[in-house]
Design a binder for this molecule. Structure first.
Ligand SMILES: Cc1cc2nc3c(=O)[nH]c(=O)nc-3n(C[C@H](O)[C@H](O)[C@H](O)COP(=O)(O)OP(=O)(O)OC[C@H]3O[C@@H](n4cnc5c(N)ncnc54)[C@H](O)[C@@H]3O)c2cc1C
Length: 223
């Protein structure tokens, strides 16, 4: 999933030279790796003259464009706990106006672990970029999904909860209302994919960004 996210950064030239360190240390909400790292509950490791400290990525982001790095520190690692990724599957869905060299209008990262019988969502983590000044998790949506059976009703409840959790703004790229609309649809798509892809529970399933428009159109036709 992290691969899926960073594959969508900028251009081949940017991806060739850019690092995840730079992608997170620049503190921007649109960083493609960051929502996935939030959904994976990543730990940021910083090393400075006083030693090494580790903090959850949620605490690393202070405000738009500002992260918690002291002047003598550099980021030396990002750690993803095994409990956050083992037996999960998920997607990063970037919504942009075009497919390349495009900063996200909204980025959604979700990972899900199903129960052993694959009937219920055991654990869901969802995070957005550009849905607020810094990348953010959606605690109400996660609570709605955890322990629930994937269904159309869950998709609707999940999507509604996302709107309570996020706080996008109007910008020249998109209005707040448009971002909320896309966030709801992305939420419904990813949670529906739990139902559609039960048999892929231990594999990666990729919804390319170009597929989003098709999936959204399909969902709107069916609703
Ligand atoms: C044309 C263009 C398109 C782009 N498209 C995208 C996109 O689609 N998606 C996206 O997410 N980003 C995009 N970016 C932004 C940027 O290129 C990426 O975020 C990239 O991952 C940054 O990584 P870098 O290594 O080049 O960081 P740099 O730009 O070199 O560094 C960014 C900041 O982080 C600091 N820093 C870097 N590494 C560390 C470290 N280890 N410890 C402490 N501080 C550190 C630097 O000092 C600097 O302040 C784009 C940029 C351009 C110019």
């Amino acid at each position: 999933m992290l691969g899926e996210a960073v594959d969508q950064v900028g251009s081949p030239q940017i991806r060739n030279i850019g690092t995840i360190g730079g992608n997170t240390c620049n503190g921007v909400t649109s960083a493609d790796s960051s929502s996935t790292l939030h959904a994976y509950e990543a730990i940021v490791e910083l090393t400075g003259k006083d030693g090494v400290r580790r903090l959850p990525i949620h605490d690393f982001y202070i405000k738009a464009g500002q992260v918690d790095i002291k002047p003598d520190e550099i980021q030396t690692a990002i750690l993803i706990p095994k409990a956050s990724y083992a037996n999960t599957f998920g997607h990063y869905i970037k919504y942009g106006m075009r497919n390349a060299m495009e900063i996200a209008t909204l980025g959604c990262s979700v990972n899900v672990r199903l129960s052993a019988d694959q009937k219920t969502v055991e654990r869901c983590r969802i995070a957005y970029g550009v849905a607020g000044p810094v990348p953010m998790r959606c605690p109400s949506a996660e609570a709605a999904a955890n322990g629930a059976q994937p269904s159309r009703e869950l998709a609707e409840r999940f999507s509604r909860a996302i709107i309570d959790d996020i706080n996008p703004r109007d910008s020249w790229r998109a209005s707040k209302a448009f971002r909320q609309h896309i966030a709801e649809l992305q939420g419904a798509v990813v949670i529906n994919s739990c139902e559609l892809n039960k048999s892929f529970a231990t594999e990666r399933v990729v919804i390319p960004p170009t597929e989003l428009d098709r999936l959204v159109a399909l969902m709107e036709t069916n609703s």
